[in-house]
Design a protein around this ligand. Structure first.
Ligand code: HEC
Ligand code: HEC
Ligand code: HEC
Ligand code: HEC
Length: 391
């Protein structure tokens, strides 16, 4: 007898009813905005419930106090101020209070300092912070094409924690079995940096560290042999696009026209901003993050030993403009909106825990060595008489 039929029917009915009336399965309330001509599919959908949570998570902390720009300069008062020497003492103290709130509110000043010797660079986080100050200055000065006048501060990424919530690293897990399967090429695993899809796992390496071209689209209906990009490149590009969409909480049509993904003339203006964003993110990783590798301890690196790197989500945190476009920069114009010295110390010599000053190698009053030329040295670090120019 087919006794199971009435049970199956009633279970099916109950599940159907449940899916309409409760059990938390209801579709979220969605707000839809039409941003293009009717019939072109140019719609942007936003989950309103999520919007409210995002608004709450993106409130900007006020500066601890208004700093007085007059008085003695920090560079004259303190022993080892390499980047922020032009600030007044009050501005410098305000900046220290702010970065404590932005980066290590629970741990306090001692997260970066030995309280017995504030001038020493023995705590690695202080060495990292100095480089991060240079990085933030470069973002605000060199990358206005992306960050505009809104700019970025440490808070844009850190949000009150030592390690920002969103970053990425070389991800080769799970390791493939041996022999023939050795090279999985990042395929067929959950790609945590590409919206948890099964798209290529390490596409961010190609585009946000290396500069692989992001061009896969054909311009003709039939193949003409001019487009050399294959499925592999296309999947890689898609992986990056998933990362960008997820990071901004924005769908593809925020930057593309549905009828011609490649065409710049038909794309919303956000696409051009994103183009600069890709170049800026690459610069942050190549010029700042990677160089700090010897300074970071192992627990601040990925399983392959590379530093955590910046992606679109590191600043954006799920919204189209970080902190909903509210600028914090007006209180930090002298510290973060202009560039101080840009030299870099030799981080490969860094030993944490040793009282020291990590400064770029300066030769005092001696003639600077042309870059790219290694001086002959006999005593460690001291250049031996180098032949005069022209010899
Ligand atoms: C997130 C890291 C960080 C935190 C937290 C931090 N500092 Fe600093 N501090 C630095 C860096 C980096 C420098 C060097 C700046 C430069 O070279 O321009 C510095 C330099 C200083 C100096 C100059 C010391 C000298 O003689 O050269 C003082 C004083 C100082 N900090 C005080 C404080 C106080 C007080 C707090 C807590 C309210 C604090 N710092 C929190 C990173 C930090
Ligand atoms: C564009 C994003 C971004 C900005 C802006 C930024 N940081 Fe960072 N910072 C990072 C990332 C990503 C890491 C994690 C790197 C790692 O652990 O390998 C980090 C790490 C650090 C660490 C090390 C923390 C630890 O526990 O190891 C300190 C300290 C720090 N940043 C200070 C600062 C300060 C101070 C500023 C502002 C002057 C700043 N950062 C601006 C992205 C940023
Ligand atoms: C935040 C803006 C933004 C979002 C969101 C976005 N893209 Fe893109 N897309 C770009 C930019 C910018 C480029 C060109 C990159 C470059 O040239 O460096 C691009 C390039 C592409 C290309 C290659 C075009 C060509 O000329 O070959 C494809 C295909 C593409 N995107 C598809 C997508 C898909 C699918 C989505 C949604 C999953 C998406 N994009 C989401 C900004 C975006
Ligand atoms: C250093 C922090 C930072 C990083 C990293 C970053 N952005 Fe942005 N982005 C900003 C800021 C700040 C703005 C707001 C600029 C403004 O107000 O004019 C912005 C604006 C944008 C906009 C314009 C939004 C609009 O509606 O006008 C797009 C699109 C965008 N970013 C895409 C990206 C993409 C894609 C990446 C990664 C490849 C990225 N961003 C990485 C800081 C960042």
């Amino acid at each position: 007898m087919k006794l199971w039929i009435p049970f199956a029917v009633s279970a099916g009915t109950l599940l159907t009813i449940a899916s309409f009336v409760g059990a938390g399965w209801d579709a979220p309330p969605v707000e839809t905005e039409q941003i293009g001509y009717r019939g072109t599919g140019m719609y942007i959908h936003k989950d309103i419930e999520k919007e409210e949570a995002l608004r709450a998570a993106n409130i900007v902390p006020p500066a601890p106090w208004e700093a007085d720009p007059s008085g003695d300069r920090a560079g004259d008062i303190y022993e080892n101020v390499q980047i922020l020497g032009d600030l007044s003492d009050d501005q410098f103290n305000q900046f220290m209070a702010s970065i404590t709130e932005w980066v290590s509110p629970e741990q306090g000043c001692n997260y970066c300092h030995n309280p017995e010797n504030l001038a020493s660079d023995e705590v690695y986080t202080k060495v990292v912070s100095r480089r991060m100050i240079q990085m933030t200055q470069a973002i605000n000065v060199d990358w206005k094409a992306h960050v505009g006048e809104t700019g970025a501060t440490c808070y844009t990424c850190h949000r009150g924690q030592p390690v920002p919530a969103e970053y990425w690293f070389s991800d080769l897990e799970p390791k493939p079995a041996g022999n023939m399967t050795q090279n999985r090429d990042g395929q067929n695993v959950v790609a945590q940096f590409a919206g948890n899809s099964s798209l290529p796992q390490n596409a961010l390496m190609d585009y946000l560290l290396n500069d692989m071209p992001i061009r896969v689209h054909s311009n003709t209906a039939l193949p003409t042999g001019t487009n050399l990009a294959g499925t592999k490149e296309t999947e890689n590009t898609w992986s990056l696009m998933m990362h960008m969409s997820e990071s901004l909480g924005a769908n593809c049509l925020t930057c593309h026209n549905s009828r011609a993904f490649n065409d710049w003339d038909q794309s919303p203006p956000q696409r051009v901003t994103a183009w600069h964003g890709i170049r800026m993110t690459r610069d942050i990783n190549v010029s700042y993050m990677v160089g700090l590798t010897p300074v970071f301890p192992a627990n601040r690196k990925g399983p392959e030993g590379d530093v955590f790197k910046v992606g679109c989500a590191t600043c954006h945190n799920g919204v189209q403009k970080p902190l909903h476009g509210v600028s914090m920069l007006q209180d930090y114009l002298d510290s973060l909106a202009k560039k101080g010295p840009t030299e870099v110390p030799d981080y490969s010599t860094y030993e944490p825990g040793v009282t020291q000053i990590m400064a770029p190698q300066t030769l005092g009053s001696m003639t600077p060595i042309p870059s790219g030329v290694m001086p002959n040295t006999d005593v460690a670090g001291l250049p031996k008489a180098v032949g005069t120019a022209g010899n």
